[in-house]
Design a protein around this ligand. Structure first.
Ligand code: URA
Length: 205
């Protein structure tokens, strides 16, 4: 199956998922969307009002800001894949509960496995906590960590920077790091390819 077909399968499963109670108050599931071959995967927190209405991630105010941030780094929404820790809107936009995140986690893990991105950007503390448990975002934002051959980059949530303008320059600067990280992974892949093409060459030393 192609990446697109596998992601569509997940989309269907999210639509009928009853592993937690969030579906009861939701209008639409929001499994995520974007390029099935994306090199960058962004993980937010949970759908809000507009996302729930449209069934698409990051389409409200923080989504518009996210689009601007991507464009400022020379990227478009068509280049990336955008999803959330939980795929249905929590009532009244409350924080997702640990049980809800645990019930939904397998969808995200499968999306990551299928897309196999070079860079994962966590937006806000919920997705950050999956890779940096116990850390504080103010301390580690913008600092990439290499995990299984890919970079995980924790960043402020765009909504946080819209509420508190003092965070905005940091978030903007963190997005500017993405092209360099992509180039670094591409270079590493080229080096791996070159090594694989000379499997029988013996070292003289
Ligand atoms: N905030 C999120 O974390 N995700 C969305 O999809 C929209 C707003």
């Amino acid at each position: 199956m192609t990446n697109r077909e596998q992601l569509n399968q997940i989309r269907g499963e999210v639509g009928v998922c009853r592993n937690c109670e969030l579906w009861r108050n939701a209008t639409n599931p929001v499994p995520g969307e974007g390029n099935p071959e994306a090199r960058i995967l962004l993980i937010g927190e949970a759908p809000g009002f507009h996302e729930d209405t449209q069934g698409k991630p990051f389409v409200g105010n923080s989504g518009k800001f996210l689009t601007q941030l991507l464009e400022s780094a020379g990227l478009s929404r068509e280049d990336v894949f955008i999803t959330n820790v939980v795929k249905h809107r929590p009532p009244g936009n409350r924080d997702p509960l640990p049980d809800e995140m645990a019930a939904c986690a397998h969808f995200l893990h499968r999306q990551i496995e299928i897309i196999d991105p070079d860079v994962i950007v966590t937006l806000g503390r919920f997705s950050m906590s999956m890779y940096f448990p116990g850390e504080r975002i103010g301390r580690i934002h913008g600092q990439p960590k290499e995990v299984n051959g890919r970079f995980i980059v924790p960043m402020y949530h765009p909504a946080a920077a819209l509420h508190n303008g003092a965070l905005r320059p940091d978030l903007e600067a963190d997005f500017q790091k993405l092209p360099r990280l992509l180039a670094e992974r591409e270079k590493a892949r080229e080096a791996e390819r070159a090594r694989a093409q000379q499997p029988h060459q013996q070292s003289l030393f």
